[in-house]
Design a protein around this ligand. Structure first.
Ligand code: UDP
Length: 483
């Protein structure tokens, strides 16, 4: 009886409530916040259809499920097949972090365009109700054409913060990077005076690099940015000084700062991949035994990898730290045997070595880790998701940008907000765009300003207790928005 009433209530809501179609970009780290945004829309009364591919359905659905019953009955997760093999990709390669090597990135983007061709008829024929609004992930550049055809507004979700988007808008408009003689020459990106923002061409997001492997796709991205009705950012206006308002002025678009979306539900150690859940539980149990604010958390996002030699150097620094370290390693399975052996002997990866350094080789429950009282600092690649999660948890950062817009985020963290220190990396690290091996076509970013990990050594001298002396974050007052 109840289920019948719920069903008829749902049917009537489908007709009366606004209907959002949310299409996450096909990368794990993009799906996490945009699905949270979909849940927030539903919690505010909207009907939401999330369109994804079969390989991501479980990830998306599990995130929806954990949002509880706040409107999630109004969310439908729809899967449309992704033409991976048709584009020459391995079967099941349906997220950019699945792409096995950088030279397959163009094929992945081709497949993503074909995916758009398959999504379009589905949206035209949506049985219950036509969409009132599209929110599309960064490289679903076809979404605005579909939205126009259906007479519906379309918003873009880049996954970037407002400050980085503002920098990109400046670069697109003024092109200072095209006037420099070398990739290492510094130029100004004066978007937020009086803060200085000086960058090199090497440090820019992919679309500004002269050797961009997906130049045509990046041109389409720019057309998409110019065509959309507005921009959704996982951030909040008070955080990034005036960036959101300046971005709205610079682009002439509406900018909706709706974050930090990681605070919209409580952190969990649950992970849809069963094997990873054990890792997650082990992390949390290990943290439980540590003193408050004593642990350094080291992680480089959903796909950040570095060449094995660099990983070993980092490992040697981390195992010699006087405080406990929780280190997340991606792509550990494809490391050379001697590096695997070194990890086994020198870290607590298998509970064998007597080490203060726990190496997690799978997926770590990052939001739960950052919110744990034992964590005192975060060495991060400055992906915006990680940065905002760290800010939301009040954890100071040591910035080691890898690529994409991460050097821009570093400027925000270190120079604008003063909530982190720079490790001093000046060049990109690891592979471009993918979770691939990181050894192909890489520009290994080992050049550093000071001695490697100088911030660790300097802290060690001043820490007779072995506790991290990083200052408390100056943004305690940043409270989660009541949703
Ligand atoms: N993440 C996680 N566990 C991991 C690695 C990453 O939960 O082991 C999550 C992290 O919490 C964040 C996202 O993956 O939400 C990474 O996004 P970010 O923008 O920082 O980096 P990207 O992966 O895009 O480089």
């Amino acid at each position: 009886m109840d289920s019948h009433r719920n069903e008829s209530q749902r049917e009537s809501e489908m007709v009366t409530k606004p209907h959002f179609v949310v299409i996450p970009w096909l990368a794990t780290s993009h799906m996490i916040p945009i699905v949270d945004i979909a849940c927030l829309l539903a919690a505010h009364g909207a009907v939401v259809t999330i369109i994804t591919t079969p390989a991501s359905a479980r990830l998306v659905q599990s995130r929806v499920d954990r949002a509880g019953d706040q409107g999630t009955s109004r969310i439908t997760v729809t899967t449309i097949p992704f033409p991976a093999t048709e584009a020459g990709l391995p079967e099941g390669c349906e997220r950019v972090d699945h792409v096995p090597s950088p030279d397959m990135v163009p094929s992945f983007f081709d497949a993503a365009m074909q995916f758009g061709d398959a999504v379009a008829p589905h949206c035209r024929l949506m049985s219950q109700r036509r969409p009132n609004c599209f929110v599309a992930g960064i490289s679903h550049t076809w979404a605005h054409v579909l939205a126009r055809e259906l007479g519906t507004p379309c918003f873009i979700f880049h996954g970037f913060c407002a400050f980085s988007l503002l920098c990109c808008e400046y670069l697109n408009t003024h092109k200072p990077h095209e006037a420099v003689a070398s990739p290492d020459e510094l130029f100004d990106v004066p978007v937020l005076p009086p803060f200085e923002c000086r960058l090199t061409r090497r440090q820019l997001p992919l679309q500004f690099l002269p050797s961009c492997p997906i130049e045509d796709r990046m041109r389409e991205l720019r057309e998409f940015e110019l065509a959309v009705d507005g921009i959704v950012v996982n951030s909040f206006e008070e955080l990034e000084r005036d960036s959101a308002a300046r971005l709205a002025a610079a682009t002439g678009k509406k900018v909706f700062a709706v974050g930090p979306v990681s605070l919209s539900h409580s952190p969990t150690v649950h992970d849809p991949r069963a094997a990873a859940s054990d890792d997650a539980k082990r992390c949390m149990a290990w943290l439980e035994a540590k003193e408050a604010r004593s642990v350094l958390y080291v992680s480089f996002g959903s796909a950040g990898r570095m060449p094995p030699a660099q990983l070993m150097q980092l490992g040697m620094a981390l195992v010699s730290c006087p405080w406990p370290v929780l280190w997340v390693i991606k792509g550990a399975g494809s490391l050379p045997d001697d590096v695997k052996e070194w990890l086994r002997e020198n870290t607590d990866a298998d509970g064998v070595a007597d080490s203060q350094c726990l190496a997690v080789r799978g997926w770590a429950p990052q939001v739960a880790i950052l919110s744990h009282p034992a964590v005192g600092g975060f060495v991060t690649h400055c992906g915006w998701g990680s940065t905002l999660e760290s800010i939301a948890a009040g954890v100071p950062m040591a910035a080691w940008p890898f690529s994409a817009e991460q050097f821009l985020n570093e400027k925000l963290i270190v120079d604008v907000l003063g909530i982190g220190v720079s490790i001093g990396v000046t060049k990109p690290t690891g592979g471009v765009l993918t979770g691939g091996s990181g050894e192909e076509k890489v520009d290994v970013g080992t050049e550093q300003k000071g001695p490697p990990f100088s911030f660790l050594h300097c802290n060690r001298e001043h820490t007779p207790t072995g506790r991290m002396p990083l200052p408390p974050p100056p943004i305690h007052s940043v409270a989660p928005r009541a949703s």
